[in-house]
Design a protein around this ligand. Structure first.
Ligand code: TYD
Length: 199
């Protein structure tokens, strides 16, 4: 595999999308070919509306929809780009499901991981930036909450704790970044992890 797969994770309102764009621009300036992508919706068109605006679904149904989207995302977008030597930056990936559907909604992690293994062809990011901030602050930043964001503060606390546990379990893959700081400082912290990746 010639490319490099990295992901950004964090609560809604953590600033992932802005940071992903800035990082993509930085890497492109270094002459790296970058494919910026996101979940949900990276693989299956229409899944975003179904998940975020449609009727309330069971966490199981939610997870299977996220997984269906991810299965297509991996096969049609991420792997082909990596094969061509692109750096793929995904704004959310499997860790979102582990944090939200697993730690947040209480679905058992072994089941999530079993489904994911097949859905993702076991593709894992080589590097994951977790933009960490307190749930109170994250919720305060979200202008128009979608359905999943209306789940409340307690839910967001569990999701944040889940993310931190995932990061603790895989310190070599995760970089936890304090996302309460201004955009430029967060970006600088992200970039400071990148040079050591270059040979
Ligand atoms: P996103 O579009 O990234 O929202 P934002 O830009 O506000 O962070 O994600 C939409 C919502 O979907 C978000 O609340 C997190 C949720 N989500 C899950 O619950 N599980 C998943 O596997 C993914 C990819 C997203």
């Amino acid at each position: 595999m010639k490319g490099f797969f990295l992901t950004l994770e964090g609560l809604d309102g953590s600033g992932k999308t802005t940071q992903a764009r800035l990082l993509a621009r930085f890497l492109e300036e270094k002459g790296i070919r970058v494919r910026l992508t996101r979940e949900p919706g990276g693989g299956l068109k229409g899944v975003r509306d179904l998940l975020l605006e449609g009727e309330a679904l069971s966490p199981e149904a939610e997870y299977l929809l996220f997984s269906a989207d991810r299965a297509e995302h991996v096969r049609k977008v991420i792997l082909p780009a990596l094969e061509e030597g692109y750096w793929v930056i995904s704004d959310r990936y499997l860790d979102s499901s582990l944090a939200y559907q697993g730690y947040g909604h209480g679905l058992p992690l072994p089941w999530l991981l079993e489904v994911a293994k097949r859905a993702t062809l076991d593709l894992k990011p080589r590097l994951t930036f977790l933009l960490d901030l307190p749930p109170e602050e994250a919720l305060g930043r979200v202008a128009t909450p979608d359905r999943l964001e209306r789940t409340g503060l307690e839910f967001f606390r569990r999701v944040r704790e889940g993310y931190l546990r995932l990061a603790e379990a895989e310190p070599e893959r995760f970089r936890v970044v304090d996302a309460t700081r201004p955009v430029a400082e967060v970006q600088a912290a992200i970039r400071s992890s990148i040079p050591q990746l270059f040979p």
